[in-house]
Ligand binder design. Structure first.
Ligand code: SAM
Length: 224
């Protein structure tokens, strides 16, 4: 199966960016996923390639035009799956959402810029607004990359060892336990004895306790 990402962006040169390296980049080279970008400026017909205009009702900044964006989205018809609009007002993106997306054949990501996009294109093209956190970025590109990367890690074949994924933060509703590797001693700090004991039951128990303690201390909201 090939997972298809379609990106509507004023900055196609930003892609694949970090999506072109590491396991995600390798998976792309192996044909497990594909990426297509389209620039709304290429859809314009005026001399200045205008994609935005001043907000109706006044106020600062510019708004991306509904007609140009709609035409751009329509040109990306081959991308299967949901049509997402990156937006600080959207549904919070989290690990369960990443799982949902990874089970789709792909998704279209519409990256906003300026003050955002005209409300009418959101409704007319049934865009689902998605936020990557309670802060405001300059554009949707970095948000789209974060979502695509989180989602692709869950697409079968992208990561070699599935077992390592199951114990990661958020997969079981907890934060991950602390990890250690060689050397056994680093600046006077030692790997906890239990991890070197070879007793797998005790190791699993220690990790679970650590996960619970960390989650309680840092993210009690996850335990509710
Ligand atoms: N005026 C908008 C508001 O207050 O909601 C913010 C616009 S922001 C400067 C420009 C674009 O960046 C947005 O249209 C969106 O595509 C993207 N963006 C900014 N913050 C984001 C976030 N937390 N999650 C997803 N996309 C975001």
């Amino acid at each position: 199966m090939k997972w298809k990402a379609g990106i509507v962006t004023l900055y196609p040169e930003a892609f694949p960016g970090p999506l072109g390296v590491g396991v995600i980049g390798r998976a792309k080279a192996d044909g497990l996923w594909s990426l297509n970008t389209i620039n709304p400026r290429d859809i314009t017909e005026d001399k200045h390639r205008t994609v935005d205009d001043t907000p109706a009702g006044g106020g600062p900044g510019m708004v991306m035009r509904a007609d140009i964006l709609a035409r751009t989205i329509d040109k990306m018809e081959a991308v299967p799956g949901p049509k997402l609009l990156l937006s600080p007002r959207g549904r919070p993106f989290d690990q369960p959402f990443a799982h949902e997306l990874s089970e789709q054949p792909g998704a279209l990501f519409v990256c906003g810029r300026f003050e955002g996009v005209d409300q009418r294109v959101i409704e007319a093209r049934e865009l689902v607004e998605v936020s990557i956190g309670d802060y405001v970025l300059a554009g949707g590109e970095v948000a789209a990359m974060a979502m695509i990367e989180a989602c692709l890690r869950l697409v079968p074949g992208v990561l070699g060892a599935l077992a390592s994924r199951d114990e990661e933060s958020f997969e079981n509703g907890l934060l991950e336990y602390p990890q250690f590797t060689r050397p056994r001693e680093f600046e006077g700090r030692h790997i906890p004895d239990v991890l070197l004991s070879g007793d797998h039951k005790k190791i699993a128990q220690w990790r679970e306790e650590q996960s619970l303690a960390l989650t309680r201390a840092r993210r009690p909201d996850l335990l509710k």
